[in-house]
Design a protein around this ligand. Structure first.
Ligand SMILES: [Zn+2]
Length: 268
């Protein structure tokens, strides 16, 4: 069953309904472009005032204070920050104030909304029920090859999490249907996942052309680390196919806005 269910309020978004119903203090999901084409990232050329307005609107509709919005700079690497109370709100109004060179965020604090931005890359959302810790990681092909998902698992374990209990949801991203790659991407991925062809993660299409299932690649890397199938949910949604819900860098190039994937624990 598709884990990301469209929930329409002032700011329609996709919520991870099964996590929210089992753990009612969690707010977890991903924005959509439905209605206002809202962009949530601050890149060069984006209107910062509009982006902050969009972020405020979303936090309002999630019943989180805007001050809780916390994000990293995102540079397609594998650096992870553990967010303490003092880091709450970093990056909420300017890119300069975000966690520098950071693609993964973890916290066990309440009232911090971890936010991460996407237009085809893979969102990885984490919850460790035993230590009540949450996380989000941005995994494009570079982050996947850097194995950021497994680095997140290792970080959670240093905080005391039991690997057998860690839950992961892999969000909407460019699907196998649409993601054509070349040798530059295939080679490092194949080194990391020698069985990628047998597992239908990679398929050869012609000279220097391959289809890649980046969501499945992330799932497989987590499973190689000992995370079991039943601990991982995977969205079927493809950001390039569905232009009603999603921005897509492949489809729209530099004019693509960014969705936000988020997870937070409500204040008790
Ligand atoms: Zn597609």
């Amino acid at each position: 069953m598709e884990p990301f269910v469209l929930y329409s309020k002032n700011h329609p978004y996709l919520k991870v309904a099964s996590w929210e119903s089992k753990y009612p203090h969690l707010v977890v999901g991903m924005s959509t472009r439905t209605e206002q084409n809202r962009n949530y990232a601050l890149h060069v050329g984006d209107d910062p005032k509009q982006v902050v307005t969009n972020r405020r609107g979303l936090t309002d509709s999630l019943s989180f204070p805007f001050e809780s919005w916390t994000c990293g700079e995102q540079v397609h690497m594998d650096h992870i920050e553990i967010v303490e109370k003092s880091g709450r709100g970093k990056g909420r109004e300017t890119r300069d104030s975000a966690f520098v060179d950071t693609d993964g965020l973890i916290t066990d604090e309440s009232d911090i909304l971890l936010a991460s931005f996407y237009a085809d890359c893979v969102p990885l959302l984490f919850y460790c029920p035993d230590i009540d810790a949450i996380g989000v990681a941005h995994a494009g092909w570079k982050g996947t090859v850097a194995n950021i998902g497994v680095s997140m698992i290792e970080k959670f374990m240093t905080l005391g999490a039991d690997k057998k209990q860690i839950l992961v949801v892999i969000g909407p991203a460019i699907g196998y249907c649409c993601y054509e790659i070349d040798d530059r991407v295939m080679e490092p991925l194949h080194r990391l996942l020698p069985d990628a062809y047998d597992q239908s993660i990679l398929q050869k299409k012609g000279t220097d052309r391959y289809q890649l299932d980046l969501k499945k690649a992330n799932r497989q890397l987590l499973m190689m680390e000992g995370i079991k199938e039943h601990q991982i949910l995977v969205s079927e949604r493809c950001t390039q196919c569905d232009d009603t819900l999603f921005f897509s860098h492949r489809r729209e190039a530099n004019s693509a806005g960014r969705m936000v994937a988020f997870i937070g624990k409500k204040k008790g």
